[in-house]
Design a protein around this ligand. Structure first.
Ligand code: GDP
Length: 456
C-alpha cells in the first residue's frame, strides 16, 4: 500500500487566509522543495529548522515563504517532511503545488499523511482515527476524548489485554504439540480468571461507547410536560434567548423544537415537545405521538410540571407514565415564584427520581438545573482515568472479542479439546488486533482513511 512517492497537499483549509501551509512527505520531500527554493541549500540543513526564502518557477518569483524541515524519522509520517508556509491565496497555493508536482511530487490522497504515519509505526489505528475525531471535534468534551485516544490511552488498555491472551494462546498451542501426552500447560482456572477479568474490562469499554457516542453527537434531552407547564419558557431560560414561541394558549407548541445547549463542554440537544396531555384534536395528537417517539429516542428526560396547577396525583401519574427504571430522569417543579412551599413539601416522589424546583420565568435555579442535567447524564464518568470508546468500528470489534471469549469460557465449562480453545482465543486476539491495527486488511484501511480530508 505504501509507495516510494513523495506526496504533496495543502494542509490548511482551502480559501483565502493569512497563510497557507503546503506539506510534502516522502524520501524526496526535501530535494524536491530545494529544487524550487532559493535562499539556501535545504539539503544541508538540520532537522527541525525553519528557513526563509523564495519559491521560484524559473525566473518568476511565486512567493516569499518559510520552509520547515523534519528529517526522517523525526516527523509525523516518519518520512522526510517539509512544510511550506506561503501567503494564503488560492492562486499562490495552486502555483506552488503544481510546481512541486512538476518536480516529482504527486498529489496526496485523503488521509494519506496519517496513513503513512500509521504504516510507518508512528500511530496505531485507533490513534489515527482519533486524529480524524480531533479535527472534527466541536465541543470541549469531544476534544478531550479524541485527545485521550490520540495519546494512546485506549490502545494501551487493549495492548495489555492482548498480551495476557497471547500468553495463554501460546501455552495452549504448546499443549497441541504434546497432544499424545495429555498435559496441561495452561492452567484452566487461571485462564477462566483472565477471561472474567478481560470480560469486565470489555463490558466497561462497550458501555463507555454509549457515553462516548453521546459526547460526540450530543445528549438528546427531552423536556416533556403538560401544556402550559412552562416548557417553552424553560427552553428560553436555558438558552438565554427567545427562540421558541411562548404562548398562553394550552397546546400551542405543536411541533418539536431542537436547540443545543453546552454545559461544561457537553452538548445537550434540547427537545421541547407538544406536551404529554391526552390530545383532544388531531393536530395535537400528532404532536403527542411525536413526543412519545422523541422520549423513546432520548438519553435524558426532563419532566416539567406547573407546581400551582398540577395536583400531586397528576404529577405522580405523569412520572409513572414517563419514568422507566434506570433511565436518566429529572422531575422539575416550575413556577415556584407563585407557589407556597407547602405544595412542594406534600410531594412524595419516587426515591430514584432526581428533583429540583425552579422558576423558568423569573430565572430562578436555572444554573442549578444545568448542573443537575450534567450530573445526571455524565456524572464523573469523564474523569481523566476513564477510557472511552467513541468509534462504532471499535465497539463492534470489542463485542466480537467478548463473544469469542464467551466461547472460550463455555469450552472451559464443558471441557473441549485444546485445539477448540486455541481457535476461540485466536478469534478474540484477531478482533482485538483489528482495533489497534495489528490485524489489518487493505479494505479496512481504505475505508478508514478515505474519510479523512486531503492534506491530513
Ligand atoms: P408550555 O406550554 O409548557 O410550553 O408553556 P409556556 O412556556 O408557553 O408557558 C405557559 C405560561 O406559563 C406562559 O404564560 C408563561 O409565561 C408562564 N410561565 C412559564 N414559566 C413560569 C414561571 O416560572 N412562573 C410564572 N409565574 N409563570 C410561568
Amino acid at each position: 500500500m505504501i509507495t516510494n512517492e513523495t506526496i504533496v497537499a495543502l494542509s490548511t483549509p482551502p480559501g483565502i487566509g493569512a497563510i497557507g501551509v503546503i506539506r510534502l512527505s516522502g524520501k524526496d520531500a526535501i530535494s524536491i522543495t530545494n529544487a524550487v527554493f532559493s535562499g539556501k541549500d535545504l539539503l544541508a540543513q538540520d532537522s527541525h529548522t525553519i528557513h526563509f526564502g523564495l519559491i521560484k518557477d524559473g525566473d518568476i518569483i511565486v512567493d516569499e515563504v518559510l520552509v520547515s524541515l523534519f528529517v526522517a524519522p523525526k516527523s509525523y509520517t516518519k518520512e522526510n517532511v517539509v512544510e511550506i508556509s506561503c501567503h494564503g491565496s488560492n492562486y499562490i497555493i495552486q502555483q506552488i503545488i503544481t510546481l512541486l508536482i512538476r518536480h516529482g511530487a504527486s498529489a496526496a490522497k485523503p488521509g494519506e499523511f496519517t496513513l503513512r504515519a500509521f504504516l510507518n509505526g508512528g500511530l496505531d489505528l485507533s490513534q489515527a482515527e482519533a486524529v480524524a475525531d480531533l479535527i472534527s471535534s466541536d465541543s470541549a468534551a469531544a476534544h478531550q476524548v479524541a485527545m485521550n485516544q490520540l495519546r494512546g490511552g485506549f490502545s494501551n488498555e487493549l495492548a495489555v489485554l492482548r498480551e495476557q491472551l497471547i500468553h495463554f494462546a501460546s501455552m495452549i498451542e504448546l499443549e497441541l504439540d504434546f497432544a499424545e501426552e495429555d498435559v496441561e500447560f495452561a492452567n484452566r482456572d487461571q485462564l477462566q480468571d483472565l477471561i472474567n477479568k478481560i470480560t469486565l474490562v470489555l463490558n466497561k469499554l462497550i458501555r463507555s461507547f454509549e457515553l462516548g457516542n453521546v459526547i460526540k453527537e450530543g445528549i438528546n434531552t427531552v423536556i416533556a410536560g403538560r401544556p402550559n407547564a412552562g416548557k417553552s419558557t424553560l427552553l428560553n431560560a436555558l438558552l438565554n434567548e427567545d427562540r421558541a414561541i411562548v404562548s398562553e394558549i394550552a397546546g400551542t407548541t405543536r411541533d418539536t423544537i431542537e436547540e443545543v445547549l453546552n454545559i461544561n463542554g457537553i452538548n445537550f440537544r434540547l427537545i421541547d415537545t407538544a406536551g404529554i396531555r391526552e390530545a383532544t384534536d388531531t393536530i395535537e395528537a400528532i404532536g403527542v405521538e411525536k413526543t412519545m417517539q422523541k422520549i423513546s429516542q432520548s438519553a435524558l428526560l426532563v419532566y416539567l410540571f406547573d407546581i400551582v396547577n398540577t395536583t400531586p396525583e397528576e404529577i405522580l401519574e405523569d412520572i409513572t407514565r414517563l419514568h422507566k427504571p434506570g433511565f436518566p430522569f429529572i422531575a422539575v417543579a416550575n413556577k415556584i415564584d407563585l407557589s407556597l412551599t407547602e405544595r412542594l413539601q406534600s410531594l412524595d416522589l419516587p426515591s430514584d427520581v432526581r428533583f429540583i424546583s425552579i422558576s423558568a420565568k423569573e430565572n430562578q435555579h436555572i444554573e442549578e438545573l444545568k448542573e443537575l442535567l450534567y450530573d445526571t447524564a455524565v456524572g464523573d464518568q469523564l474523569s481523566d482515568s476513564h477510557t472511552m470508546v467513541t468509534n462504532i468500528r471499535h465497539v463492534e470489534a470489542l463485542q466480537r472479542t467478548r463473544e469469542a471469549l464467551n466461547s472460550v469460557a463455555n469450552g472451559l465449562n464443558n471441557p473441549v479439546t485444546s485445539d477448540f480453545l486455541a481457535m476461540d482465543i485466536k478469534q478474540a486476539l484477531y478482533y482485538l488486533g483489528e482495533i489497534t491495527g495489528q490485524v489489518t486488511t487493505d479494505d479496512l484501511l481504505e475505508n478508514i482513511f478515505s474519510k479523512f480530508c486531503i492534506g491530513k
